[in-house]
Write a protein that binds this ligand. Structure first.
Ligand code: ATP
Length: 299
């Protein structure tokens, strides 16, 4: 690689970090010419990517999962190679790619230039890379305000979760996953493309960005203590043997809820249900570190 377009989102959590200049120096010292663009909006970023035609060039997105998610369509359509400086809050794509959270180490990964073609997911025509959610997770996001997040940090999430859970908003959902289908009441449904979501939780232990598959899990209504017992399984992606949880792996998934419900993916609103999901295997070339592999060996 001889050239890189580095797009920085100053609004992402660590978007103004002083380590950025040092990380850029790591790239320049290795002989890569770097154009830096401080992005004011997602639309500005998208047009910079579409206008980037450098031979042997790479697009580096410096931001969180939300920023990378807004860049996916233009990176995919213009067939660019993507690299990332993880500068957001959750940085789940970086985890799935084995890119270190420290951006100076992430710069070294870019210099090492190991590439893989990863899956991309599409829901109702919108691209995402990590996980899409309907239900509890989306309701918790709505309950949070920037003030409660600022004053209570992670405890704000706990408070929001308890008040959403007390309202017990289960919903009816019809699910189709390839040639399997089912109709049930649920409190939360997730469709994963990558391995990590929500700051390091694992979607399914078998899931990677190279497997050409989507992983669905759906939580049936349950009592608070049952959900509490599920905590470790949710963290480790070990839900297949858990009670009151449905897990499926598929290339195409459709979900229909009794009333339209908001669907969030990569931490941003994407669409409403009904939703049609598909996976595009080997869709974009990405610079990776040591990608994490499944832990559980099944026979
Ligand atoms: N290219 C861009 N330029 C400026 N602002 C952007 C751009 N892309 C997204 N944004 C806005 O910046 C906000 C924060 O970015 P982002 O979601 O990447 O960071 P984060 O919330 O700190 O990290 P994470 O998504 O990893 O938790 C987004 O919610 C979006 O409103």
């Amino acid at each position: 690689m001889q050239h890189a377009l580095l797009i920085v989102n100053p609004q992402s959590r660590n978007g103004q970090s002083e380590a950025l200049n040092e990380a850029i120096d790591v790239l320049r010292r290795s002989g890569i010419e770097v154009d830096v663009c401080v992005s004011e909006s997602a639309s500005q970023m998208v047009s910079r990517i579409a206008d980037y035609h450098q031979q042997d060039g790479v697009v580096i997105v410096a931001g969180g999962d939300g920023t990378i998610s807004s860049a996916l369509e233009s990176v995919y359509e213009s067939k660019q190679t993507l690299a990332i400086f993880p500068m957001g809050t959750a940085n789940d794509l970086a985890r799935s790619l084995g890119v270190p959270q420290d951006i100076i180490e992430a710069a070294q990964v870019i210099v090492d230039d190991k590439r893989e073609k990863i899956n991309l997911a599409k829901v109702n025509g919108k691209y995402f890379v990590n996980v899409a959610h309907v239900g509890l997770g989306v309701d918790v996001t709505h309950e949070l305000t920037s003030e409660t997040k600022k004053y209570f940090g992670v405890f704000a999430y706990l408070g929001a979760f308890i008040s959403v859970f007390k309202r017990n908003k289960s919903f009816r959902v019809d699910i189709k996953a390839d040639d399997w289908d089912c109709s049930l009441r649920a409190i939360h449904l997730a469709v994963g493309n990558g391995r990590y979501y929500g700051g390091g939780n694992i979607v399914d232990d078998d899931s990677t960005l190279l497997d050409g598959q989507l992983n669905l899990f759906c939580l049936k209504p349950q009592r608070w203590w049952q959900l509490l017992l599920l905590g470790a399984n949710l963290r480790n992606g070990n839900l297949r043997t858990a009670e009151r949880v449905i897990c499926k792996t598929a290339k195409k998934i459709s979900i229909e809820t009794s009333k339209p419900r908001q669907l969030h993916a990569d931490g941003e609103f994407k669409t409403d249900t009904p939703a049609e999901f598909e996976v595009i295997p080997k869709a974009i070339e990405v610079i990776v570190g040591d990608m994490p592999l499944p832990n559980i060996k099944k026979d």
